[in-house]
Design a protein around this ligand. Structure first.
Ligand SMILES: Nc1ncnc2c1ncn2[C@@H]1O[C@@H]2COP(=O)(O)O[C@H]2[C@H]1O
Length: 451
């Protein structure tokens, strides 16, 4: 039986490329994962669809899917065949219009953002439900500065668009659109590209993690110590860096890329390989979206470089280095936030804290993140075993448990949050330490029903 999903008109903010215009008619799509959730039965894994266009309107592309399922090549996923077929994307951002590996039809649906299709198995539209979810998501955004913000719930209410909706909201909140004369459509286009460049197959390093880090970054930017000194440019950069800091993360760590002689490891000479890639990817999306094209080339270059320096600070292998520098500054009391270099350093520390703050969230949220990162580690270990590579630390499911990994990780991050509390001396920093301490205790003495 053929199921036909008729996707609505796809509005584009730039002309349809020539190579697509030439291709009216059927296309063939191969996949091993379902379009609207659930794996595709083997016999259905080849699907057909159609692309057509209206020659009078080059801003519109019509896409018709016949139970379309697209194959993702860019992540390691639980499916062996997909893992084996993985090849990391190069730093070239591919055309956003092609039906291509790594771009599912659901992504296209999201780009539409019209929410006219929200069922899993039927073509029915549920506009009333959509409206209900949208208003609840909007309601949640009123509390976006709360440390208890439930990004998992927000993601559901926003139909999987938490990163786009949250970041857009924060840009508005800080009047960044007005202050930097940003084109709203370009901004939305950029944010959609950012969200879609995260790999949904990754249990942890996906767009939801980026949304979580962006929300945490907002909490830190709001800390009185910082807020009073930050410029709009600092805030713009802080939010951009948080949203893009793990772009195109392949779901495996640097150690894996090195031992498998991955081309990215060679490209970045084995140093901060992933972070360099996230940064370059972010720059390529910024350029592709033309979000900052109205700024002078000097300002743009300056923004891109500062963005890089923020993202590179999230390299966990350089954690001790940043921590020592932070501690030394606090001991000497020589951080002056009217100095732009010092403010930049504090932004680096804020982003670091936001990136690894999941052990400091309320238990019910923290526990979810712990299980997600552990699953990603263990999947990497499985791949390493299959490829006869040495299994990386923490990635061996036969040796480690979630609790054991968490106790170790919390011990690593505790000193950073202690220094952050010394710097910010705020109610939030005390809440953070209190959650972290009680979460560690829960992992150390797990009451069975909590796990
Ligand atoms: N809850 C956690 N438990 C263990 N490791 C974590 C946890 N959260 C983050 N990390 C690690 O911290 C790292 C921060 O940088 P990455 O996102 O590259 O990869 C992250 C993980 O390796």
């Amino acid at each position: 039986m053929e199921v036909c999903y008729q996707l609505p008109v796809l509005p584009l903010d730039r002309p349809v490329p020539k190579h697509v215009l030439g291709r009216r008619g059927a296309i063939s799509i191969t996949s091993s994962s379902g379009l609207f959730g659930g794996p595709a039965p083997r016999q259905l894994s080849k699907r057909r669809g159609a692309v057509s266009y209206d020659s009078s309107d080059q801003m519109v592309l019509y896409i018709r899917m016949i139970d379309a399922r697209l194959r993702s090549q860019t992540s390691y996923t639980s499916e062996k065949s997909e893992r084996d077929g993985w090849t990391a994307q190069t730093d070239t951002v591919r055309s956003r219009l092609e039906l291509q590996p790594g771009r599912s039809a659901r992504c296209i649906h999201k780009i539409l953002h019209t929410s006219c299709y929200c069922g899993k198995d039927t073509q029915e539209s549920h506009p009333i439900l959509d409206q209900e979810y949208i208003s609840q998501a909007k309601f949640m955004l009123k509390k976006v500065g709360s440390w208890n913000f439930d990004v998992f719930l927000f993601d559901q209410l926003s139909n999987g668009n938490s990163l786009v909706d949250l970041t857009f909201h924060l840009f508005n909140e800080y009047s960044l659109i007005k202050l930097f004369e940003l084109d709203v459509l370009k901004l939305r286009h950029f944010l959609v590209m950012v969200q879609e460049s995260y790999h949904r197959q990754n249990p942890y390093h996906n767009a939801l993690h980026a949304a979580d880090v962006t929300q945490a970054m907002y909490c830190f930017l709001q800390e009185p110590q910082l807020f009073e000194s930050l410029t709009s440019c600092d805030i713009l950069l802080g939010l951009l860096a948080a949203a893009t800091h793990d772009l195109d993360h392949p779901g495996v760590n640097q150690s894996f890329l090195l031992k498998s002689s991955h081309h990215l490891a060679m490209l970045y000479q084995n140093m901060s390989v992933l972070e360099n890639h996230h940064w370059k990817f972010a720059v390529s999306l910024l350029r592709e979206s033309c979000l900052l094209s109205h700024l002078s080339s000097t300002d743009r270059e300056n923004l891109e470089n500062r963005l890089g320096s923020l993202i590179l600070a999230t390299d966990i292998s350089r954690h001790d280095e940043y921590l020592s520098e932070f501690r030394a500054h606090l001991n000497r009391a020589d951080l002056h936030l009217n100095n732009s270099q010092d403010r930049h350093f504090i932004l680096q520390m804020a982003l670091k804290c936001a990136d690894i703050c999941n052990p400091c969230r309320p238990w019910h949220l923290s526990k979810l993140w712990s299980h997600k990162i552990t699953e990603e580690f263990f999947r990497q270990g499985d791949i390493e075993r299959r490829k006869n590579l040495e299994v990386s630390t923490l990635c061996d499911r036969n040796t480690y448990t979630v609790g054991k990994i968490q106790i170790g990780f919390i011990s690593l991050v505790e000193p950073l949050f202690a220094e952050w509390a010394r710097f910010s001396d705020s109610p939030l920093s005390r809440i953070i330490i209190s959650h972290m301490t009680s979460n560690k205790l829960k992992w150390t003495h797990p009451p069975q029903e909590n796990m």
